[in-house]
Design a binder for this molecule. Sequence first.
Ligand code: NDP
Length: 490
Amino acid sequence: MTTLTFDSLNPATGEVVGSHPKQSADAVREAVGRAEQAATWWAGLAPTERRRRLLDYKAVLTQHLKELSGLVHDETGKPVGDATLEIVLAITHLDWAARNAVKVLGRRRVSTGMIGLNLAATLEYLPLGVVGVIGPWNYPVFTPMGSIAYALAAGNAVVFKPSELTPGVGVRLAELFAESVPEQPVFQTVTGLGETGALLAKDPRVKKVAFTGSTATAKRVMAACAENLTPIVAECGGKDAFIVDADADLKAAADACLWGAMSNAGQTCVGVERVYVVDAVYETFMRELSDRVATVKAGEDYGPITMPGQLDIIRRHIDDATKSGKVVTGGPDSVRAPYVDPVIIEDVPEDSPAVREETFGPTITVRRTRDAQQALELANASAYGLAGTIFSGNARRAMELARLMRTGMTAVNSVISFAGVPALPFGGIGDSGFGRIHGADGLREFARPKAISRQRFAMPGMNLTSFSRGPADLERLIRLVTFLHGRRKR
Ligand code: NDP
């Protein structure tokens, strides 16, 4: 029997990078079966042993940094420097997850309160078993590793389905893991198209699915998971706003805005898409932005559009935005497959696709606002709620605005900086999804809280959970609760 295969292509040249099997239902089933056994073995290791192996995996990844960044470059088209950066960030996360798993998840005693005085209460976070990770192509190492590293550190086995555009990277990540953990297939990669991901999500032995991709596909994955009540964590992209307040450092803001919008050809879930600038500094900021964008070149500073089908969406957004908006840089001709030159358009109506829908391209819309408050209101008027940026000279004001931004993450006077802080949870609200990867929340996302209460001695005269309980027991309880909770505070 021949196994069907598919090719991954270099989006810049069209050359075949690698050929991979479209794994069948049987192959996915077998991988999950192997993962189940591996999960039992992995969870049974002493936490220090898991930590040692994960830190070893980190070292193996670091030793293969150049090879891996070359592969990421080949499959996505992004510059090798950007590929290196994403792998370094992933390594940092793996290190944090390995080092902090015991502290975050390990057994601890919790206070029992007066009524449970005779109890000892412990809380710990146990592994789920097999975690299915469905990954994207835009950051094929950093993004899935945000789930994989944390799931492994929490004691789970992982079956990873990489995007069909970046299967080679996915396969290599699992191969390198086997160098550190040769005994059992604790981390496996299954390759294929969307269908392979669907098979993984549908398998009842998968105890959690971590999905990154579009909102529409997240809904399909969630529907498949609903069959077995399998929980999911969904990271579905965004339409992130960048707010420039009156007292901001405008040079720094323009520089950060451009990089946040155009790097990786704008194919970043937390990339800058909508820019709101307060009236008082609008002209100066736009001058800074226009001067700088002239030096940013597609094919040099960033790569091609990785997914050919995205070019039509980018073109549609630009065409629509230029009908009523004012072009600052670029325009419909900026789309020259497989590249898209930088596009900046002012005064695009807030209900147009370029402002409402995710654009996975190097484009931004810019709008003048009365003040930062209006900028915040417009920023928050989005179905998405992933991340955003505030540039302001006043730290207190910036923090206030950041807290009021309806997103999971906000960077102040920097772009995307939260992604490089492993202790910070990553994820969004609304159409951007739910659940968190990274940080302590990311570890707990892949674990189940286990609560144990152990009676240390019988409470004299207050046996409440027995049919032998009498009126006097109840009377004592009422006296106790009145003493503890019965006084009003005004
Ligand atoms: P998808 O959401 O379709 O794909 C994401 C992942 O899900 C891929 O691994 C894909 O596999 C897999 N998949 C597809 N269909 C199913 C299914 N029915 N069941 C289970 N898994 C499935 O995104 P696209 O790659 O098509 O990109 C489209 C848009 O999504 C982008 O333009 C962007 O707007 C957004 N996106 C957001 C990302 C983010 O970082 N949040 C990342 C990637 C995309 P396969 O690749 O084989 O189809």
